[in-house]
Design a protein around this ligand. Sequence first.
Ligand SMILES: [Mg+2]
Length: 422
Amino acid sequence: MKAIVDCNSFYAACERLFKPSLHGKPVVVLSNNDGCIVSRTDEAKALGIQMAGPYFQHKKEIEQNNVAVFSSNYHLYGDMSRRVMEALRMLAPQVEVYSVDESFLDLDGIEPAKLYEYALFLKHTTEQWTGIPVSIGVAPSKVLSKLANKLAKKDKTGTNGVMLLQTPEQQMDALLRTPVEDIWGVGSAGAGKLRLFNINTAWDLRNMNEEWARKNLGGVVGVRLIKELRGIPCIEMKDPRITKKMIATTRMFGKPVYALRELKEAVTTYTARAAEKLRRQNGAAMEMSVFVVVSNNNGLQYNPYVRSAYTRLPVATALTNVLIHHAAEMTASLYREGCKYIKAGVVLSRIIPANNIQFNLFSPPENINVQKLMQTIDNINFSMQHDILKFAANGTSKNWKMRQEMRSNRFTTRWEELCVVK
Ligand SMILES: [Mg+2]
């Protein structure tokens, strides 16, 4: 059996954890630059505040209803996510982290008769250890477990936040109650297509034959989906050690940027961040690209466009100083005076394990001291404060930095921002 553990309204739950006065109150969290609503508590949902709705559109009802609003605080959410996943790793046999607030568990080792009790135990213990409420769906396949989780979340009081789809009757009941757009991997576009075939519920889809799925549902993927809905596991647990093949750091600027110097600062800062991620997975990149987004607002229409540049690195590397050098060159080649830049990003790709680097005849062996320097910078930045050590190219003013006007403290990762009780 597979389980999925999903944190309820994760970002908002993290905020509420450090502000207990908000328990039972509506809370929302905004995306980068305070743009859209990305997390809502049940109380905020009940007020009709839409997911992904622009903040400014909801501002009035938010103020009228005393909804607590927070800018996103990724330091806090990242650390709380790590704690939840760590708790699950201590409690469950095999854990595959699927997203910041979801993990699949392999429960094949648990006696079928004890599964429900075990899932309840997982839920209560995780909540007790971390303070973050979770919902759990348990079923023979990943797709069914996601579906069970959704139903558990919809009716938290009726289900205790845990739903088990063990018997064919339980599965049939759940599938009948699930509209096609709620199936993992279908989405609203896919649902529209399915409805043309008069397939409205997950149960309707489950009963389609594999030939039909191969023809109309994207081949193997469709067949797999139908099998998963029937409780036949086809999507295996992934090895959590698989590392990313591509690392991207991209941000919208808090304020538009016009000067090359500022644009370079932003791009090299993102490069430093991406390089840090790369080193954390012991990788080295062979390719790098930089892109910038230009706002093309001529007063009549808003039509942003992207300019990008690409470099094949002479030798795969994870050294920030080398990557920054290429990033700055590419940024200069993309820059046009008088343009209004609103966003930039860096992508590192063709990532190989750092111990497999193939040097070419003309490249000097990478200086071992520079690698040690990178390690030291990473350690200090991680333990003290992000960016306490950085390259001069990253600049100091950061006018382009994200807007986060309502960010809470980084309670769990900064000494000076600890929660004060009295
Ligand atoms: Mg969630």
